[in-house]
Structures are given as structure tokens and as C-alpha cells.
Design a binder for this molecule. Sequence first.
Ligand SMILES: Nc1ncnc2c1ncn2[C@@H]1O[C@H](COP(=O)(O)OP(=O)(O)OP(=O)(O)O)[C@@H](O)[C@H]1O
Ligand SMILES: [Mg+2]
Length: 495
Amino acid sequence: MEKNVIIELKNVSKHFGQTYAVEDFNLYVKKGEFITFLGPSGCGKTTTLRMIAGFELPTGGEILLNGKDITDLPPYKRPVNTVFQKYALFPHMDVYENVAFGLKLKKVSDGAKMRKLTNAEIDKKVKNALKIVDLEEYENRDISTLSGGQQQRIAIARAIVNEPEILLLDEPLGALDLKMRKDMQLELKEMHKKLGITFIYVTHDQEEALTLSDTVVVMKDGMIQQIGTPEDIYNEPNNAFVANFIGESNIYSATMTGEKKVRFINHVFDCVDEFPKNEKVDVVIRPEDVHITGEDQGMAKGKIVSKIFKGIHYEYIMMVGRNELVIVDTRNLEIDKTYGFDIEPDGIHIMKKELTANIYDDAYIDKNNRVVISESAFECDITSLVPGSTVDEEGYVVGPDGVRYDFTDADVKAEIGLKDIDILDDEQSGTVSGEIVSIIYKGDHYQLTIRTPQDEDFVLDTEYTYDENDLVGLSVKSEKIKLKLKGEAKKYAKK
Ligand SMILES: Nc1ncnc2c1ncn2[C@@H]1O[C@H](COP(=O)(O)OP(=O)(O)OP(=O)(O)O)[C@@H](O)[C@H]1O
Ligand SMILES: [Mg+2]
């Protein structure tokens, strides 16, 4: 254990009945670090912070402060102060009184006995705290005459006046407007530097987390997804959730087709990561890592279908087959025109995928209400696209409200479980046929990857033995294909 660790969470969990707010949390925070918990609403950020503050007891695991278990230490004995989103200032007291309030109640040890702070001691501390938040001149102002940003600074002054070793900040800028938030971010960073203490910060704003922090902890469903510097998190996301949460990204399901070769959006690209051949992976490509070229000069091509000016660059959406590729470029290019593009090998970030189902992002519905995956049309339950709907004799989906939908050519995401694909020895008799390209023994069954002539893969679990290169047919029961519409159903409603 490094010796400059101030706080450590070991296997910490917090369950509220059936809700797992925090699950097996392992983290250490170094002295003086600015660390941020980042994640969507309900992922357990506040709960974790409250356990560190002592307002909430973990249901499992332990929290160490300077190497000592503090599970039984009440909040007021912890060298920790919290700043909340709601400032909770006393409206009937002026700025000075608000900041001094806690100090007047505080007792300090004076040799053998405890005593209150003297007025002179309080005055010195209050003035110092107001100086740090840059509000020295505001001592006698009424709280109600201050702006939101100034009130937030008073709330911070009130927390730091106690000279905590750790300052906990739970979305402290959440109530401020954008401009004020940006200013306060810079000031917080300044304060952190001036104070030299540890900041544990909570936000669901990824930009804020990346700007402020030395270390970012990305959370989802009470679990840590990744811990790293802002650069690590941005450039080397651990999984698709992190990549998506951290910024505008292109994320695709992909397959390794050879050494440092990966296939997605119907093309094979060179990459720098090594994964076994035929492994299913996710790839992330940042919009700034795609370089637009002349139509026939690139590794692949596509048509620009949308263009938005973003101040210093344009953001384009290019359709590459049925896949969208987001690209940023400073050049002013033409919409509805086909361009080529390149992606450098180190612009392709590959992440291991825990395969739990076959997911086809670029499936669509044909005019016979079947779902087309890799040029093969599968029977499916089209009514699943509109809850409570039925299909009328003309083939239109009819919602419970009587609205008729025509889903012909609608883009969908299709999901098929690994156990839901039936394998047929006669390659002609299935909906789709292909070659077995890999067989992995998984303890009590085999996991096969079957590749179609269109280069699409179907992965399935089976107890039976097959050989590599066998040609087989595949079929899927209609109710086993889960469909999700990519746009809104409204778009397909018929007048
Ligand atoms: N006292 C409680 N009793 C029951 N469930 C709770 C309690 N506190 C939190 N939870 C649940 O625990 C989960 C995590 O909540 P938490 O407040 O830590 O999330 P958060 O990441 O801070 O979210 P937000 O960004 O919305 O503030 C949620 O599902 C929440 O409903
Ligand atoms: Mg919260």
C-alpha cells in the first residue's frame, strides 16, 4: 500500500433492500488528489460519498482513513466536510455569520479540557476562508443579495473553514447556468491548488469530470467501470459504456479477422491491438480520428447526410452502408456527396466484449414484416415494435390506439441469444447458411461462430460436436429475435 493514501474503500457495498446502490467498490484516494465519481443518475455516486462522510453505513466491506477502519466513526469525528448541490445557507444570517456558524459550536482540545474557539480565532479562520473563495468584501452582505455562483462559494467557504483533510463535493455546480458553471470550474481548480487538500467530487457531466480531475472513476449501476486519468478514460476506454459516456464516439460491434485486423461497418481495417482471430470485440472511433479524403482515395467511402457547424469545426454524419459514422473536420464539405475516409490504426480502439447475445445493429424490416440480417430475411414478431399492437390483414401493425404503422425499411437493432439459434446439418434448410469458423469449448458446451457468405457472424451455444469449416444452415424461431426500433415509431405511422 502506498503511504500517501488518505482514504481507501475495500469491497464496499450498500444495499437498500433489493436495490444494490453500490456493489463491491474498491478504490484508494491519494492525499491532495482531485478525484471525481462520474456516472449517470442513480449509479450510486451520492451513496458512495455519504458512506465516506459517515452519513450512511456500508452493508459490506470497509472504509479506511489513513489506514484505519473508520466504520464506527461518527460523521463529525471524520476530517471530512461536504458541499451539496443545494447550498443550504441560512437566509437570515449574513455571509460572515453563515461561514462562522459551525466554528461557534466547535470545541477544540486545550491540554486536558475542551474549549470553544475565541472570537479572534473564529475571525481569522472566517476571513481566510472568504479569501480562498474570493469573497473577502462580502462579509456583511445578505445571502439573498448574492448570485447563485456567489452562494455556492459561500457554501464552499463554510465547508473549508473547518480545515477538513477531505472535501466532498456532490454536484456543487448543478444548479448554476452554463457560463457560471464554467467559471466556477476554473475557480474550484484554483481552490484545490491553494488548499492542497483532497477533493472527492461527484458529477454526471463528463466534460466537467475531464476538466477538473486528476483521476476519474466512471460508475454504472453501483459498479466501477474504469478508474484512470482523464486522458486514459478518454483515449483507452475499458468498455463501450465508458466510451459512450465520455464523449461523442462511433461504437461498433466488430470481429477480429486476422493479426491486427478488425472488421466493422463492412470493411476490414488495420489496428494496433492484438486479439485472437474471430474474437468478437467492440471498437470505438473518435470523430476526430476519421479523415475524409476524395471519393476513391480512402480506405472506404460513404455519403455525408448531415452537417452541423460547431464553431471551430463541422460535425458530419456519413452513412457507410447502413451504418452512421460521425466525423469532425474543419473543412466545409458538401452534403449528399460521397467521400472516402481513412482511419489510422491507432485511431481504432478495441475493447474486449463479453458476448451474451448476437447483436445486429444494422438490421432492417422488409415489406413482408421480416427482419433482414446479413441479406437474409428472418420471420420475426413485428408487433413487439409497438406494445400491445396486432397485425391487420393487409400487414400493417395496428397499435392499441388504432394507429397503423408501416415498418417497411425501418432500421432496427436485432438481438438473438446464443442459445436461440438452431443449427441444421443441411445448409439449404435454414434461413441462412454459413461456415463454422471457430469452435470454443466452454466446459459443458461448445460455442460456435458461423460466418455467412456476406461475412456476418452468428455465434451459438450447442452441446453437439461439429468440425471447423463445416457448412451448416441456421434458423431462429420468430419469437426469439428481439427487435428494437432505431428511430421513433411515430415516423412510421400511416396517415
Ligand atoms: N436511502 C435510500 N433508500 C433506498 N434506496 C436508495 C437510498 N439512497 C439511494 N438509493 C438508491 O440507490 C441508487 C443509487 O443512488 P445515488 O443517490 O447514490 O445515485 P447518484 O449516482 O448520486 O444519482 P444522481 O446523479 O441522480 O444524484 C438509486 O437506485 C437510488 O434510488
Ligand atoms: Mg446524487
